[in-house]
Write a protein that binds this ligand. Structure first.
Ligand SMILES: [Zn+2]
Length: 297
């Protein structure tokens, strides 16, 4: 049995997962009710203690990680976690026999989709998550690609608009500023697809699924905005598949079909013919399932 922990900015999910990637039990608690990461580890430990025959624990976190040393570098939405030696702290309470690993949450999700989901069987894949943030995990030539400092895959901070809107990362014109959840809600409101009080894009997704022309047009424009970045990546890396996940991906076919059309039509000939653009398979569970795979690899 393996434990997967998905540390979110709001909630922490913990699941007990078997060798086949099936979730046997899952729990969640508020992340923000703990003042310090040490207090959070204590709470997570109480949950893990209840699980039987645990061989390893994996943690996916929303930010920059030093994978090899098992440390968090920093988490943009959770101040106070800088340089936290999370693997060492779990080892101290769980004992040396239990394997522990930490990685970026987008990378963990990509691993889950690669092992059990839509990227299964491919050697080169990018799994993107569209939500409040825009992130990606990369599998290249059969290996997880993390970059020299472990922070590769920051697709949301691709400078889509040269010297455009300022981003919290310090850059300008980042993709996330245009297709992150907040930007899309603002955009949908401007088009009258959401009222000033509504902030749930699934309303626009449902309308598109029923054939509403304006909602379909909205998702087409989102795909149109997202595509240039993906085309650049496909031309650069000659990927076999792009897996699209995250809350915004629940728009389904109207969004993913359009992304696929733009990417295949405008990428270079060989790259465009090769690449597939598909929806993520594991949904909300990808985070914990991917985390549980980290200590197994
Ligand atoms: Zn940025």
């Amino acid at each position: 049995m393996w434990v997967g922990i998905d540390l979110g900015g709001t909630n922490t999910k913990i699941a007990l997962i078997d060798e086949q990637g099936k979730i046997l039990e899952s729990k969640s608690f508020s992340t923000r009710s703990f003042r310090t990461p040490q207090a959070w580890v204590k709470r997570a430990f109480l949950e893990i203690k209840e699980f039987p025959r645990v061989k390893g624990v994996g943690i996916g976190v929303p930010g920059a990680v030093d994978f090899d040393r098992g440390r968090i570098r920093y988490l943009p939405n959770l101040p106070g976690w800088e340089n936290f030696p999370i693997v060492e702290r779990f080892s101290a309470v769980l004992g040396k026999r239990i394997r522990i690993a930490v990685d970026n949450d987008a990378t963990a999700m990509a691993v889950a989709e690669w092992v059990y989901g839509s990227a299964k069987g491919y050697a080169s894949a990018m799994c993107i998550t569209l939500g409040t943030g825009v992130g990606a995990g990369l599998i290249l030539e059969g290996k997880v690609y993390r970059g020299i400092d472990g922070v590769a895959g920051e697709l949301g901070h691709f400078p889509l608009v040269p010297w455009g809107k300022a981003c919290s990362c310090g850059g300008k014109g980042c993709l996330e500023r245009y297709v992150g959840n907040r930007a899309l809600v603002h955009w949908a409101r401007k088009l009258g697809l959401l009222s000033a009080k509504e902030d749930d894009l699934s309303i626009v997704s449902d309308r598109a699924k029923k054939g509403d022309e304006r909602a379909l047009d909205f998702w087409d424009k989102v795909a149109y905005t997202l595509a240039p970045t993906l085309i650049g990546v496909v031309n650069l890396l000659n990927l076999e598949v792009i897996v699209v996940g995250g809350g915004v991906a629940s728009a389904g076919r109207p969004l993913i079909g359009a992304i696929s059309r733009y990417v295949k039509a405008y990428a270079m000939k060989v790259q465009g013919k090769r690449v597939k653009v598909v929806k993520a398979k594991l949904g909300n569970s990808a985070g914990v399932i991917g985390a549980s795979l980290l200590p197994r690899r």
